[in-house]
Design a binder for this molecule. Structure first.
Ligand code: SF4
Ligand code: SF4
Length: 423
């Protein structure tokens, strides 16, 4: 059966001249070494499908599924091809029963039914408290027991961090007043995966903002931003989640200078609500990554005067794809970290190549993702740093898995908070 592919942005593929400049930056091409798994090959396939020369069958769909949606190819392309628009328009068309196995469909549905809902995720994690981060987990991994459940479940297990009581509650107050001279008022997204797996990021973010003169409002009824479902081309669910989040943030009383996010995957999707949510629902204040916001506002003099050297001050920067390629944010985290006395910032050789996390890619394409994780870990290890700065929860979990215990992975806000002795 030939499936037509209507709805691609008109002319978006036209500027592609097949030069191949995008290939070295493409994470899927890197590990699969096949033209069909490269941006150039996928653009060629899209044109052929549109022209009725190629069928969108399970084989063709599998080559779109290997794409991480990292957008490194958009940054690399000298002709201005908007591959991001092409793959985002293609993904909803891949969610058809005949294009995926029943296991793939069920596993994706399970993830989409759990990950965007912190209450469900926490309920699922609760019984794992006696296992995660314990000798039992090490034993299960060493014995190969986790492999018996298949690559998807094994990948989930490998990403599972140790679970403390903090992972199961949202402790931050709704209103967090500025602790220095007041400079403004912002809202903060907690993120659903971040609040469950790495709640200290939000705590550090709030403390750094407060110490820089910003009151931080955290609506308690806030849900998921829809990044996970957006990345999977599940537009209906994404629109519902987006509309709910806009309602929750817009219900905040009083002034609001920005809606801030401390996870790049979430920020990238929230900045795209204008294209995703068609009923005009928009935040009443601009969405910004917290690093983008703080770099633009400038660290306050009072905050700067608190900053002290960190014991482990050789830090490698990890640029999340949805930060560097998706939002064009690269210098801001470096500017902020440069304020920490004696800090040495090292750069990875291939900073622009994806680590393999990419939303739920490391769960649904575990083999390719694990290879990318190993490549990224080697690159970061070569810097000699003992701390990696990562501003996206997905990358953080992926890097912690592959870097092992000798290297800590922390959010830049956690590093600033530690340097200012705010923790
Ligand atoms: S997408 Fe851009 S960089 Fe890649 S082959 Fe086409 S024109 Fe060249
Ligand atoms: S989005 Fe990333 S993985 Fe997909 S084609 Fe572009 S560079 Fe390759």
């Amino acid at each position: 059966m030939t499936t037509q592919l209507p709805g691609l942005p008109p002319g978006a593929a036209d500027p592609c001249v097949h030069c191949g400049f995008c290939l070295p930056t493409c994470a899927s091409y890197r590990v699969l070494a096949s033209e069909m798994d490269s941006p150039r090959g996928r653009i060629h396939a899209l044109r052929a499908i549109e022209a009725g020369e190629l069928e969108l069958d399970a084989t063709a769909a599998s080559h779109f599924d290997t794409c991480l949606g990292c957008y490194a190819c958009v940054t690399a392309c000298p002709s201005g091809v908007r591959y991001d628009q092409l793959i985002e328009a293609t993904r909803p068309k891949l969610n058809q029963a005949e294009l995926r196995s029943s296991w793939q469909i069920s596993f994706r549905q399970l993830l989409l039914q759990v990950l965007p809902y912190p209450r469900r995720l926490r309920a699922l994690l609760q019984p794992l408290r006696a296992y995660a981060g314990t000798p039992l987990q090490q034993l299960a991994r060493r014995s190969g027991l986790t492999r018996l459940f298949g690559p998807g479940i094994e990948a989930m297990e490998q990403l599972l961090p140790a679970l403390a009581p903090d992972n199961f509650r949202d402790d931050l107050p709704q209103i967090n007043p500025a602790t220095g001279p007041r400079r403004g008022r912002v809202a903060l997204l907690l993120g659903c995966v971040q609040r469950c797996f790495d709640p200290s990021v939000s705590t550090a973010t709030v403390k750094v903002l407060q110490a820089n003169g910003f009151e931080v409002v955290i609506p308690p009824d806030q849900g998921c931003c829809g990044a996970v479902s957006h990345h999977q081309g599940e537009l209906e669910l994404t629109r519902r989640l987006a509309a709910d989040l806009v309602r929750s943030m817009n219900a905040i009383d009083g002034d609001l200078d920005a809606v801030l996010v401390a996870a790049s995957g979430c920020g990238h999707t929230m900045k795209a609500y204008g294209e995703i949510v068609h009923d005009g629902a928009q935040f009443r204040a601009p969405v910004q990554d917290v690093q983008e916001f703080l770099a633009a506002q400038g660290l306050s003099d009072g905050f700067r005067s608190r900053l002290q050297s960190l014991p482990n001050s050789v830090i490698a920067m990890h640029d999340a794809c949805h930060m560097i390629h998706g939002q064009g944010i690269q210098q801001q985290p470096r500017q902020l970290l440069a304020a920490i006395p004696d800090l040495v910032l090292r750069e990875a050789t291939e900073a622009g190549v994806c680590c393999g996390s990419a939303g739920i890619y490391n769960l649904v394409q575990p083999v390719e993702a694990a290879e990318l994780g190993r490549i990224k870990a080697d690159d970061l290890n070569r810097t000699g740093a003992n701390v990696v700065a990562s501003a996206n929860i997905g990358c953080t979990l992926q890097l912690r898995r592959h870097l092992g215990e000798g290297v800590r992975v922390l959010h830049p806000m956690e590093l600033l908070a530690a340097s200012a002795n705010l923790q």
